[in-house]
Design a protein around this ligand. Sequence first.
Ligand SMILES: CC(C)(COP(=O)(O)OP(=O)(O)OC[C@H]1O[C@@H](n2cnc3c(N)ncnc32)[C@H](O)[C@@H]1OP(=O)(O)O)[C@@H](O)C(=O)NCCC(=O)NCCS
Length: 195
Amino acid sequence: MGRRLWRFLQVLVEDLDAARHRDPAARTRLEVALGYPGLHAVWVYRVTHRMWREPGLRLAARLASQAARAATGVEIHPGAVLGQRLFIDHGMGVVIGETAVVGDDVVLFHGSTLGGKSMTHGKRHPTLGDRVVVGAGAKVLGPVWVGDGAQIGANAVVVKDVPADATAVGVPAVVRTRPASAPAAELVEDPAIYI
Ligand SMILES: CC(C)(COP(=O)(O)OP(=O)(O)OC[C@H]1O[C@@H](n2cnc3c(N)ncnc32)[C@H](O)[C@@H]1OP(=O)(O)O)[C@@H](O)C(=O)NCCC(=O)NCCS
């Protein structure tokens, strides 16, 4: 087996383990592999993103992405750049736009959108750092930057940059700096405490 294929398979397994690790309801790898639509959408994205790099395969990549959307309720544009161990919890209604960039160990809850505000070409979607959590129903719009470890509250609408380790809530979202005593790492490690 080629080294690239081996590494690709490792990335898929890391995605699976990220879902298993972050959802206490998950019992076995088999259960997660078969029953988590957010994971299925990420897996399909891992393939379509590679297809997207080949100009001749872009239409096929879009179609495969739309088929995954029909099956999972999660729409990830093949051109988006997603980091490792992305966990999309509950799946349904998540949209990730073409020029979005997502760091490692990010959690997106259902109904969250990394979308654009304008119809212009070029960078028009958000950039999320590592360990960001985007709450259910939250919209992050435009080419804004969300720093490492930031949390976006459920149903927030983010249209401005969010500093690292900050919490942004409301419409439009305002930053509430997390108290020094708050266990930021634990919140990110185990977002299922919200459920
Ligand atoms: C934003 C969030 C991370 C904050 O959590 P936290 O650090 O524990 O903060 P607190 O609950 O102490 O709330 C801090 C303040 O923000 C407000 N707040 C919290 N979440 C909010 C939200 N989603 N929208 C608006 N205000 C919110 C609280 O009312 C509180 O206001 P106050 O200081 O005036 O009393 C969390 O509330 C959240 O929304 N997480 C998303 C979880 C999710 O989507 N779960 C889906 C599971 S299926």
